[in-house]
Design a protein around this ligand. Structure first.
Ligand SMILES: [Zn+2]
Length: 395
């Protein structure tokens, strides 16, 4: 399905808002015109025109009749199968792509190991476009990219990715050019924000703080379905909360930041002596964490202690987060999710020691895949917010 760049997502006209309301209402199943008018709070006389426009964009279709007394009501339903959303993810050692249809059904998914810093920005964008072509059945109508860094999501610019040394990267523009789509269908967001969004959509909590562990540590807060961004888009960046005044020097120049204790390499250094296979990055995060889990289960005391101390450090940092944000749930994401059975308890103990530490603590049910899932949701969400982004079929 072709896309058009004439409408900015977010600057919705009243008509666009009505189109969006009708399309969203159909997400839960087929509805009659009367039901749509009531559900969306719009005049019944306006519904047929809106449905004609949505049908012209290939987004709705007839769905039989509603049986009842008197004249039967014709039903319409979401026609999501021919409109595609694309989620992409950049990690320091991996690139991933996931295509879904408008109803969120996975069409195809692909990931490849990559030294993204060595590829450079342009090279990484080329690779992502290649992965996109591999998973997509046709042009995407919405695109969202998960990146490991600080994002100005309004401008769709990656301000800073420390591990990649990218600054002010115009990710949306670079990718839109390679995918041959308008730049305004491409969203860019931080991986922890998207992890939080994915967990929120999955129903894990309504005031939800997500803490993601990987080569770095990031956080995201979703309140009532909306990502909390702060003034410049950097809200939730908890990796540099001080947890150990006598700890290691951090890349940010300070001492004892959470990230110095909770990045994957630091935990593995604590868990095993130099030269141990755990320190080889080649197998990838998932395989290395599986090896660490196997050792703890086999009674490796050093590995168990390292993970317990990680849990204490997470708990100390999360105590501050809980005091400030008052979430109903704290989700341990990224590689922390894989270690949930050993991390949840020390985190709970630290939170319980604080007068206000009342949040539930759970490992992410989506594990390492949460940010890519969140990106897929965000990509489809852009179309639900502005159905006019999908071009009308030319007959
Ligand atoms: Zn720091």
């Amino acid at each position: 399905m072709a896309v058009t760049g004439t409408s900015q997502a977010g600057s919705a006209s009243p008509r666009t808002a009505n189109l969006a309301a009708v399309l969203r209402a159909l997400r839960t199943g087929p509805l009659s015109r009367t039901q749509l008018a009531a559900r969306c709070g719009i005049a019944k006389s306006a519904v047929p025109g809106l449905l004609t426009e949505l049908a012209g964009r290939g987004l709705v279709r007839p769905a039989g009749v509603l049986p009842g007394n008197g004249r039967p009501s014709r039903l319409v339903e979401l026609h999501g199968e021919d409109t595609y959303a694309l989620a992409l993810r950049i990690e320091t050692d991996r690139l991933s792509a996931l295509a879904t249809d408008l109803s969120g059904r996975t069409l195809a998914e692909w990931a490849e190991a990559a030294d993204v810093a060595a590829l450079g920005l342009a090279g990484a964008m080329d690779e992502l476009a290649r992965l996109a072509a591999r998973v997509l059945p046709g042009p995407p109508a919405g695109v969202a990219i998960s990146v490991p860094g600080l994002v100005d999501s309004a401008a769709a610019v990656l301000r800073f990715a420390p591990a990649l040394r990218w600054r002010d990267a115009e990710i949306a523009g670079l990718l839109a050019a390679r995918l041959a789509v308008p730049v305004d269908v491409v969203a860019v967001d931080n991986d922890a924000n998207l992890g939080a969004l994915a967990e929120s959509v999955a129903g894990t909590g309504t005031e939800l703080f997500y803490l993601g562990g990987g080569t770095a540590v990031g956080g995201g807060f979703v309140s009532g379905g909306t990502i909390l961004r702060g003034a410049r888009g950097f809200a939730g960046e908890v990796g540099h909360i001080a947890v150990d005044p006598s700890g290691e020097r951090c890349s940010c120049g300070r001492t004892g930041c959470l990230e110095t204790k909770a990045n994957l390499a630091a935990v593995l250094r604590a868990a095993a002596p130099p030269g141990d296979p755990l320190h080889d990055p080649a197998p990838g995060v998932g395989a290395r964490v599986t090896l660490l889990k196997d050792r703890i289960r086999l009674g490796d005391q050093r590995a168990a202690t390292a993970v317990h101390e990680l849990g204490v450090a997470l708990g100390v940092a999360l105590s501050t987060v809980v005091d400030v944000l008052d979430p109903d749930v704290v989700v341990l994401g990224g590689y922390f999710a894989e270690l949930g059975e050993w991390l949840v308890e020390p985190v709970r103990v630290e939170l319980a020691a604080r007068p206000l530490g009342q949040a539930r603590v759970v490992p992410s049910g989506l594990g390492l895949h949460a940010p890519l899932r969140g990106a897929a949701h965000l990509a489809a969400e852009r179309l639900f917010a502005n159905p006019a982004l999908v071009e009308e079929a030319t007959v």
